[in-house]
Every structure is written in structure tokens, then in C-alpha cells.
Design a protein around this ligand. Structure first.
Ligand code: LFR
Length: 493
């Protein structure tokens, strides 16, 4: 089979990007075409996602993809999990809430009054996180908006619908809602009914690797028309007409639409290993063939999320780079000037001030706000002396994250009954040398860092496989990543 060109739309907590991928049996090349910030909006109703900004960035990126690669064959969308938009007919009902919005507390109470956490865990296999979709729905019950909605679409499904007009719920991301039965991988309508969540909101499920639909012709024409305005395009009208008649439709393809599912698919594991998909969040765990819904897993608060090809990710959400970025954001506001992260991390690596580690997973760190003050309060409440200097604070954050990573990796292996010989760290965190080194030291295992763009690569690979350009199981896909991407190894000291 020859190679194929596809576009990955990868929406992250701090930025979105559109990546062009070219994949064949011995080819894997990716090129970033657009990157745009994702900044939450603080509105009277709470914290929301700026859907318009993300759609504009996506549209511009995809127009560029069609310009560069007129034979673009597929588009796949992934993003962070749990958040959703509501539809009535083809209207989007307002801006999606952001999962860090604090309204979810009342949703947790409402759900647990009907179904206690131990029962929920048995049904959905999910770690307790106050923002899981079912709690968000429950927090909205009674304000009338859910009643008006006909469908709820998780963010990537919402984008796939805006691109294709088709309503589907991709399974890896559906597994983060709390409303997917961990055993049958079907919607748990009985649970939704008991909580009072209208089951009509839940769309038909689809697996990663299946075709959702075609790119809407009006988008193809609009984005194609940009191409026609190039000097060699032969004029807008004729160019657009040529595009419409000659080209085959662009498929919108279901990928591992939960960013973590895509990232883990593209993690170049070749033996028994744990992974850390580290961006705003750090997802630390192991890949398994079956969920582990035991009391021990529940008590350790480990989640069972659905992976590509029917796998399970047994993992824990660890707070991730959010702690560092939100701290830096606060300092920048204080200084009225920007701070260089590499310089801060270099200072942290050299810092003479060494504080004990703190609990990076304390829920007080979830909402946006003043992190240094919250960290100082944590130390004070625990009768410990916290760091005072910025370098010392950055060091304490990175040390505390590394400690949490190491612990979660070993615990995942234990709970999953598997052995690990290495830890693969992918995503933005793989560029943070101090974090990689300290994780290796604390885990007593080599850390293999990279690729940075694992999520976009996983997205691209599933599309290429669906289009028949590669014929491979997930290990062969990972081998392709290992051959074409460079990684860096940190041995424990
Ligand atoms: C990572 C991630 C996590 C999810 C969190 C919130 O980007 O998707 O897996 O728990 O974001 O959606």
C-alpha cells in the first residue's frame, strides 16, 4: 500500500493544533500547520471553553492542510476528555462548560446520593474526579438547559459533527463520562435514568478506526476556495469548481478521540513498560487487555479508561504541568512580565533550597488560581517548612510531580499484575529534563522521553490504518513510531 496524507486536530488544555501526517508502511512524518491558544472564558455562568476560537483555529489549520495536500484523505479530532456541548437540532446551546468550573461539587453530591462511589466504580471503573461528565450533567439538572437539548457531544465528537454533520460518540472518550459500562462498553442507561440524566442525550457509539462521515461540501468549497486564490490556482471561481468536481470526499474518521488514548497508542513501548502522558495532566499507568475493577484499584483511585483496539488503560490522573504553568502564570501577572520556563527550570535544577515534597494531587490545586499561596498553605497545614524562593518552589513542584509519577507507575503495575522495566514519558513534559531525570531517580527505572507530539501521532496512525495505508496491530504502529521519532533515555542514579 502507498502512503496517505491525513490531518489531526488535537485540542489540548492550553493550546490546539492541526498537524499534517504522511504515513505509509515505512513512513511517518508529521508537520504542524497551526497552533492556537485555548484560553478558558470566565463568564457570569462560570468557566467555559471558547468554542469559537477553537473552531476558527481548526478551520484555518484544515484549510492550510487542504492547500498543502490537495489529496488529503482524512481528518480526525481528539481533545481532553469529559467536557461536552449540547445540541438542539443543528444549534449549539451555548458554550461548553470547562471541567475546572467549580459547579461540579453539587453534581457530585447529587450523584452520590443516588449511586454511592463504590457502586459507580463497579459500573464505570473510573477514578473519582469531580469533573467526570456524569457529575457535570447532574450539576446542570434543574436549570432547564439539559431539558432543551436533544444531544450531548463530547468536545471531539462536537468537532467531528461540525465537520461532517454526523452525530456519534467515540468510545475511548465516552469511557470518561462515567456513563459507559466498563464491562459491556455500552451506555449505562439504567444509571443515567436513576440520576435523571435524559438518555436521549447519549449518541450512538462508534469505535476508533471507523468512518464517521465526509467533510461537509460547503466547508470543502470554502477551504478549497482559499487554494484557488493562489497565483497558480486559476482564479477563485474556476479553482473552487475544479476542486468540487475532481476530488474524492475527505473522510472524517473516528480516532482515539480522548487525547490520552491517542497518546498511549503512539507511545513507543516495546517491552513491559508504564507510560506517562504528560501535558497539563499527567496520566500515569499501564495498558491492559482487561479492566481491573477491584477494591484495591478503587481504594488506590485508579481509573479504567477505554483504549484503541479494545485495550484498557489502568491509570491515575496526576496533577501534571498545570501546577507549574499556573504558578508561572501567577508570577507573570505579579511581575507584569513573562517568565522563561527553561530559565526557571535551570534555576530549579540548581536550587540550593530543598523543601520536602508536597501532595501534588491535593484537590485544592484543581481550579485556576494562586498556586504559590495554596502550596504554602499545604506546607503550613502539614507542619512543614515550604520553599520561599521561586527556584525553590519550582523545584518542589517538579520533585513532587516526579514522586507522584514514580509511585503511580509502580502502583499501576502492581494493581494490573504486570511487570515494568521502563517508563515512557510522552507529551510536553518529555521536554522537561529535570522532570524526566527526577522521575527516573525516584522510580529506579529508565525513563524514555518522547515523542512530544504523541497525541497527534496516535491520531494520524489510526486514520492511516483505517484508510488502509498501514496494516498493523498496535505494537507494529508503536514500532513505526520508534523507528521514525527520536527519544531520549534517562537512567536512574
Ligand atoms: C488529558 C485529559 C485527561 C483527562 C483530563 C480532563 O488531556 O484528557 O485524560 O482526565 O484531560 O479532560
Amino acid at each position: 500500500s502507498g502512503s496517505v496524507a491525513v490531518a489531526a486536530v488535537d485540542l489540548g488544555a492550553t493550546s490546539g493544533r492541526v498537524v499534517l501526517g504522511r504515513v505509509g508502511p515505512d513512513e511517518l512524518r508529521i508537520e504542524q500547520l497551526a497552533r492556537f491558544p485555548n484560553r478558558p472564558l470566565r463568564l457570569p455562568s462560570g468557566l467555559h471553553t471558547d468554542l469559537g476560537a477553537l473552531w476558527r483555529g481548526t478551520a484555518e489549520g484544515l484549510a492550510a492542510a487542504l492547500r498543502i495536500e490537495p489529496d488529503l484523505a482524512g481528518i480526525g479530532v481528539d481533545s481532553w476528555a469529559v467536557d461536552y456541548g449540547l445540541l438542539r437540532g443543528d444549534r449549539v446551546l451555548g458554550l461548553p462548560f470547562h471541567y475546572r468550573d467549580e459547579r461540579t461539587a453539587r453534581g457530585v453530591e447529587a450523584v452520590h446520593a443516588v449511586a454511592p462511589f463504590a457502586e459507580l466504580y463497579g459500573r464505570n471503573g473510573l477514578q473519582f474526579l469531580p469533573f467526570n461528565t456524569l457529575y457535570q450533567f447532574a450539576a446542570e439538572l434543574g436549570d432547564g438547559v439539559l431539558d432543551a437539548a436533544e444531544t450531548a457531544l463530547l468536545i471531539p465528537d462536537l468537532f467531528s459533527w461540525m465537520l461532517s454533520g454526523e452525530l456519534r460518540a467515540e468510545r475511548t472518550n465516552a469511557s470518561t463520562t462515567g456513563l459507559l459500562d466498563v464491562r459491556t462498553q455500552q451506555w449505562d442507561r439504567d444509571l443515567a435514568d436513576r440520576i435523571g440524566i435524559p438518555t436521549r442525550l447519549l449518541p450512538e457509539l462508534i469505535d476508533a478506526g471507523r468512518r464517521i462521515g465526509s467533510l461537509r461540501p460547503e466547508l470543502l468549497a470554502e477551504w478549497g476556495a482559499v487554494d484557488a486564490q493562489r497565483p497558480d490556482g486559476g482564479g477563485a471561481a474556476s479553482g473552487a469548481a475544479a476542486l468540487r468536481s475532481d476530488r474524492r470526499p475527505v473522510d472524517v474518521i473516528a480516532v482515539g478521540s480522548h487525547d490520552t488514548a491517542s497518546a498511549v497508542l503512539a507511545t513507543p513501548m516495546e517491552g513491559p513498560a508504564a507510560y506517562i502522558s504528560c501535558g497539563t495532566w499527567a496520566l500515569v499507568g499501564v495498558e491492559l487487555e482487561h479492566p481491573v475493577v477491584t477494591e484495591a484499584a478503587r481504594e488506590a483511585n485508579f481509573t479504567n479508561e477505554a483504549g484503541v483496539d479494545g485495550t484498557t488503560r489502568l491509570l491515575r490522573n496526576v496533577m501534571g504541568l498545570w501546577l507549574l504553568s499556573e504558578t508561572v502564570r501567577g508570577w507573570e501577572a505579579e511581575d507584569g512580565a513573562s517568565i522563561s520556563l527553561p530559565e526557571l527550570l535551570a534555576a530549579a535544577a540548581e536550587a540550593s533550597e530543598r523543601a520536602p515534597i508536597f501532595d501534588a494531587d491535593d484537590p485544592r490545586f484543581l481550579p485556576p488560581g494562586d498556586m504559590p499561596t495554596r502550596i504554602a498553605a499545604w506546607y503550613e497545614e502539614h507542619g512543614l517548612r515550604g520553599p520561599r524562593t521561586r527556584a525553590g518552589i519550582a523545584r518542589a513542584i517538579v520533585e513532587s510531580l516526579a514522586a507522584a509519577f514514580a509511585q503511580a507507575a509502580h502502583r499501576a503495575a502492581e494493581l494490573g499484575g504486570t511487570r515494568i522495566e521502563a517508563i515512557h514519558l510522552v507529551g510536553g513534559g518529555s521536554l522537561n529534563e529535570l522532570l524526566c531525570r527526577l522521575t527516573a531517580d525516584r522510580a529506579g527505572l529508565p525513563v524514555i522521553a518522547g515523542p512530544v507530539e504523541a497525541t497527534a501521532i496516535g491520531n494520524v496512525l489510526v486514520q492511516a490504518r483505517a484508510l488502509g495505508a498501514v496494516d498493523a496491530d498496535r505494537w507494529a504502529l508503536r514500532h513505526l513510531v520508534a523507528r521514525h521519532e527520536t527519544v531520549r533515555r534517562y537512567d536512574p542514579r
